[in-house]
Design a protein around this ligand. Structure first.
Ligand code: NCD
Length: 292
């Protein structure tokens, strides 16, 4: 049984095959690839995109989906998470998609289930399906060009971001030249290039990935205000000018703090393409893990 906990659970060859498969699904089509399969979603944290994207991917592949309403579940009555997962597993799902505020939860559950565990985000640790859809979006934009050597700046609260962690692992493996751009309190310990000046990198990148300030993971507020943060780190149309750069963001976007309104409306901003591509990538992942 295979699980997807981190991007490095897949080899580079497997990922390239996944990206090709995702493309082959096209858009708005329904298939019977996962007919007779059952998938449970278990989200202990809020989600707009990831949960609905998985649900749509499941339906497009012809499988059935059951959402556990965590607020009404027995974990609220003191049942351990592992027991909840084992009880769900006893009902015979093929996969359980898990989001949890604590790093490591999907990995622990995967040791106790027959079903494939798919990590839909665990604490600040990993968000593999997001990184895979980001890679897919970049590859689609640079159609046919080598990804090796493409330059990307990841901007924002990198230290607390599972999206950053998964992207750093994945994009590094695909030969991207990565620069982390953040104030010192948002930078992780790293061997990658770092700066806190956006103007220094804007002429040296092909892609900018903006990330939300993960306020829910800060024990104390460690910047003056989001407005002050934005004055240094907001990706604006003025900053980008007419440069040939694409802008990514996993959502939810803090408008005019992460990216300004004008740039959000610009065709170089790929935020909604990322959302569309997320369905295709999740279809390819579900097929790879449970279609047999
Ligand atoms: C992200 C998440 O939840 O990790 N969003 C997403 O899944 N698209 C990023 C975030 O919350 O900032």
């Amino acid at each position: 049984m295979s699980h997807l906990i981190r991007t490095d659970d897949f080899t580079k060859e497997e990922i390239l095959a996944l990206l090709d498969d995702a493309k082959s699904f096209g858009s708005k089509k329904f298939f019977t690839t996962l007919k007779d399969k059952l998938i449970i979603t278990l989200f202990f944290e809020n989600s707009t995109r990831t949960k609905s994207s998985f649900e749509i991917a499941i339906k497009r592949l012809g499988a059935q989906v059951v959402h556990l309403d965590v607020a009404k579940s027995s974990t609220k009555k003191g049942e351990t998470l592992v027991d909840t997962a084992m009880n769900l597993d006893a009902m015979g799902p093929d996969a359980i998609i898990v989001r949890h505020q604590n790093a490591g939860v999907p990995k622990i559950l995967s040791k106790h289930t027959k079903a494939s565990i798919i990590n839909a985000g665990d604490g600040a640790h990993a968000h593999p399906t997001q990184a895979l859809l980001d890679l897919y979006t970049i590859r689609e934009h640079f159609q046919g060009q080598a990804l090796e050597g493409k330059r990307i700046a990841i901007v924002g609260d990198i230290k607390n971001s599972r999206v950053a962690n998964s992207n750093i692992e994945l994009l590094h493996r695909f030969g991207f030249d990565i620069t982390l751009v953040a104030p010192p309190q948002f930078l992780p310990h790293t061997t990658l290039k770092t700066t806190h000046k956006l103007e220094e990198i804007v002429d040296k990148v092909d892609v900018i990935m903006s990330l939300r300030t993960q306020t829910e993971r800060h024990s104390t507020q460690n910047y003056a205000s989001l407005k002050d943060y934005a004055s240094d780190f907001c990706i604006t149309k003025k900053l980008v000018g007419d440069r040939d750069i694409i802008i990514l963001h996993p959502g939810p976007v803090h408008r005019n703090i992460d990216i300004d309104d004008a740039l959000l409306d610009d065709p170089r901003c790929k935020v909604l393409d990322q959302v569309s591509n997320g369905v295709n990538i999740r279809m390819a992942i579900l097929k790879r893990l449970i279609a047999h």
